[in-house]
Design a binder for this molecule. Structure first.
Ligand code: ASP
Length: 609
C-alpha cells in the first residue's frame, strides 16, 4: 500500500492515527534539528515534520522540490496552525520515509503565482498541470461535463460515438485531412462536427442523441481558438424550435446550478438577430447592461426598410455626418464630466486600427440641463438635445457618436459599447446573462464568389413560411450590387444561438429533412447536382427512407468552461492545448514524418516556397 490517506484528507479528529502519505515535495524548510516538508498531491497539502532522529537519513538522501516520497507517521496537532489550508490544524510526525522517485529541478515554481512564462509552462505542461490554478480549471471542466451528462441522461439522450475518420462535412472552415495508406491517394477528413452523423442517427430512430466530442477545424487561429475543440453536441427528433430552446436552456441552467450553485430561474431572454444587430451592433450582445445603440442614420435594412434616414443630423453643414452612410450613438451613463483628456483618449481608442474609425463626436449632457459638444459649431443646443434624447441619454450622460461605412461603424460602435461597459464596471464576472438570438438570415452573400453561402450550415431549414420563397426563386444574383434586393437575402433560418455575457456558447437549428428541399439548398449554394451527390449522396439517400423532423444544437464546451471559470482564455481549461500557431510545444507537433511513412502512403512532398 503506497498511502492510507491523501494529502488533503487529515483533520484534527485524526490526531494520534498512524498514517502513510505519498506525494510531491512542495517545499523543504530546515529549522535547526527539525525539517518541515509540505507534501502535495491532487487533494491538497499536508505538513510533514521530520524530527532529529531522521537527520542522518535526510543527509544521506536529501529531499528536493518535486521529489515523490512516501512518509509514515502519526497525525499530531500543530502548534502553529494554518487557517488557509484544510489540513492546517495538523501535521504528520514522520517516523519513516522513502524516496519513491527523484525530480530534476523544475523549470518554474509549482505555485499559483508561478515564475514560468506561457511558453515554458506549455512546454512542461505536465508540471503546469500540477499547479492548483490549472487543476481548479480542469476540475471545473469535469464538473460541467458531469452535470451535462447527468441532465442529458435524465432526459433520455443517448451518448453515441461517431467516427473521426470521415469525409468532409463543411461547417465553413477548412478540413484537416488524413492520408489513407490502404487507399493510396485518398484522404479522410477529420470532422468539423458530427453534424451529418447526428442527423443520420435521427433517421435511424435514436431520437435523442448527445456526445461530448472533439471537432477539428483548420482555421487561422484568431485569438483563443483551438484547431481541435470540444462540443456538447445534441440532436432531437420530433421537435420544433420551441422544444429545443426549452430543453437546452434548462441544460445550461442545470450546469449553472451544479457548477456555480446559481439559481437561474428567469426565462432566458430572446432576441431576433435583426434586433441584436440593430440595438447592439453584433449578433452576440452582452445584455448585462443597456447602452443600446441609437441609429441616427443607417443604410442597414431592417425588415427590408431603411430605419433611420438621418433627419436629425443631416443638413447642419457637418460634412462628416452629412456624407456618412451610417451614424450611430450610445449614451455612457454618468460620464458627462469627462475631461478633454478623457475624450481625447477615447478618440484615440476608436482610431486604433482594430477599431478603424476616423474620429469620435461627443455630446455632454450636463447635469444643469445644458449641452456641450465637439460639434457645437454645427448644431444648436436644441438639436444637440434632440440627438441626445434619441440616444436615450439623461442629464449626466455622455453621448458618443461614430460615423462612417455601415458595417465598420456598426462593429466599432459595438466595440465602443463593450469597452465603455467594461470601464464603467457593467460587465461583472460573477453575473451571468443568457440570451437566445434567433431568426438569423439563412444565407449570406459572398461577394468574392458572387454566390450565396449558408450562414449556419447547409442543413439548416428556412422558416416554414419561407420555404416557398426558397423553392420558387432562382438563386442566381444578377446584379451583385443589389443582392439585398434578392428574395433570398430576406429568408430567415430556423436557427438559434445561445449567448452568455456577450459570447456565443452554442448554436443550432431545425434541420431540413426532405430530399427535395435539401437538394434545393445545395443548388442555392451553387453546388451542381453531381457535386451534391458526390459530397452528400448518403444524406440525400437517407432522407428518402423516413427521415423524421429533427433539430439540434452544439455548445462550445471549452468556451462555456472558461466563462464559468471567469477567464478569457479557453486554453486554461484544456489539459493539453495548442498555441496560437496551432502547435503543441510539448510534443513539438506538428512535425515531419519518416521517409518510410511517406513511402507507405505513396506520398511525395513538393513544398512550395
Ligand atoms: N454542427 C453545428 C456546429 O458545429 C451545430 C448544430 O447545428 O447542431 O456549429
Amino acid at each position: 500500500m503506497y498511502r492510507s490517506h491523501t494529502c488533503g484528507e487529515l483533520r484534527i479528529s485524526d490526531v494520534t492515527k498512524e498514517v502513510t502519505l505519498a506525494g510531491w515535495v512542495q517545499t523543504v524548510r530546515k529549522f535547526g534539528a527539525i525539517t518541515f516538508v509540505d507534501l502535495r498531491d491532487r487533494y491538497g497539502i499536508t505538513q510533514l515534520l521530520f524530527g532529529e532522529e531522521l537527520n542522518a537519513q535526510l543527509d544521506a538522501q536529501p529531499l528536493g522540490r518535486e521529489f515523490v516520497i512516501q512518509a509514515t507517521g502519526k497525525v499530531s496537532e500543530r502548534s502553529n496552525k494554518n487557517a488557509n489550508i484544510a489540513t492546517g490544524e495538523i501535521e504528520l510526525a514522520v517516523q519513516s520515509f522513502k524516496i519513491l522517485n527523484k525530480s530534476a529541478i523544475p523549470p518554474f515554481t509549482i505555485q499559483d503565482d508561478t515564475d514560468g512564462g506561457d511558453d515554458l509552462r506549455m512546454k512542461y505542461r505536465f508540471l503546469d498541470l500540477r499547479r492548483n490554478a490549472v487543476k481548479k480549471n480542469l476540475e471545473l471542466r469535469y464538473a460541467v461535463n458531469r452535470s451535462a451528462r447527468n441532465y442529458l441522461h435524465e432526459n433520455h439522450f443517448m451518448d453515441i460515438e461517431t467516427p473521426f475518420l470521415i469525409k468532409s462535412t463543411p461547417e465553413g472552415a477548412r478540413d484537416f485531412v488524413v492520408p489513407s495508406r490502404m487507399n493510396p491517394g485518398q484522404f479522410y477528413a477529420l470532422p468539423q462536427s458530427p453534424q451529418t452523423f447526428k442527423q443520420l442517427l435521427m433517421v435511424s430512430g435514436y431520437d435523442r442523441y448527445y456526445q461530448i466530442v472533439k471537432c477539428f477545424r483548420d482555421e487561422d487561429l484568431r485569438a483563443d481558438r483551438q484547431p481541435e475543440f470540444t462540443q456538447i453536441d445534441c440532436e432531437m427528433a420530433f421537435v420544433e424550435q420551441e422544444d429545443i430552446l426549452n430543453m437546452f436552456e434548462s441544460l445550461i441552467k442545470r450546469i449553472f446550478k451544479d457548477v456555480k450553485n446559481i439559481d437561474y430561474t428567469e426565462q432566458v431572454t430572446r432576441m431576433t438577430w435583426e434586433d441584436a444587430m440593430w440595438q447592439y451592433g453584433n449578433d452576440k450582445p452582452d445584455i448585462r447592461f443597456g447602452m443600446q445603440i441609437a441609429n441616427l442614420k443607417s443604410a442597414f435594412l431592417k425588415g427590408g426598410k431603411i430605419q433611420a434616414t438621418g433627419e436629425l443630423i443631416n443638413g447642419a453643414g457637418f460634412g462628416v455626418f452629412d456624407n456618412a452612410e451610417t451614424v450611430l450613438a450610445i449614451a455612457a451613463p454618468g460620464c458627462s464630466e469627462y475631461t478633454r483628456k478623457q475624450t481625447d483618449e477615447l478618440t484615440e481608442w476608436v482610431k486604433r486600427p482594430q477599431i478603424g474609425m476616423q474620429g469620435l463626436v461627443y455630446i455632454k449632457c450636463n447635469a444643469d440641463g445644458t449641452y456641450k459638444s465637439s460639434v457645437d459649431k454645427f448644431y444648436t443646443e436644441d438639436k444637440l438635445k434632440a440627438i441626445a434624447d434619441a440616444a436615450g441619454a439623461r442629464a449626466g450622460d455622455l453621448v458618443l457618436i461614430l460615423a462612417g461605412r455601415e458595417e465598420r461603424t456598426r462593429k466599432a460602435t459595438s466595440e465602443l459599447r463593450l469597452e465603455m461597459g467594461k470601464r464603467l464596471g457593467f460587465r461583472k464576472e460573477d453575473e451571468f446573462k443568457l440570451l437566445w438570438v434567433m431568426d438569423f438570415p439563412l444565407f449570406e452573400y459572398a461577394e468574392e464568389e458572387n454566390r450565396w453561402v449558408a450562414r449556419h450550415h447547409p442543413f439548416t431549414s428556412p422558416k416554414p413560411d419561407q420555404i416557398e420563397v426558397m423553392i420558387n426563386n432562382n438563386p442566381l444574383i444578377e446584379n451583385a450590387d443589389k443582392y439585398l434586393e434578392h428574395p433570398y437575402s430576406n429568408i430567415k433560418a430556423n436557427a438559434y444561438d445561445m449567448v452568455l455575457n456577450g459570447n456565443e456558447i452554442g448554436g443550432g437549428s431545425i434541420r431540413i429533412y426532405q430530399r427535395e428541399l435539401q437538394e434545393k439548398m445545395f443548388a442555392a449554394l451553387g453546388m451542381s447536382e453531381e457535386e451534391a451527390l458526390h459530397k452528400f449522396g448518403f444524406l440525400l439517400g437517407a432522407f428518402e427512407y423516413g427521415a423524421p423532423p429533427h433539430g439540434g444544437i452544439a455548445f462550445g464546451f471549452d468556451r462555456l468552461c472558461s466563462i464559468l471559470g471567469g477567464s478569457e482564455s479557453i486554453r486554461d481549461f484544456i489539459a493539453f492545448p495548442k498555441n496560437n500557431s496551432g502547435r503543441d510545444v510539448m510534443l513539438d507537433a506538428p512535425s515531419s514524418i519518416d521517409d518510410k511513412q511517406f513511402d507507405e502512403l505513396q506520398i511525395k512532398l513538393n513544398l512550395k516556397g
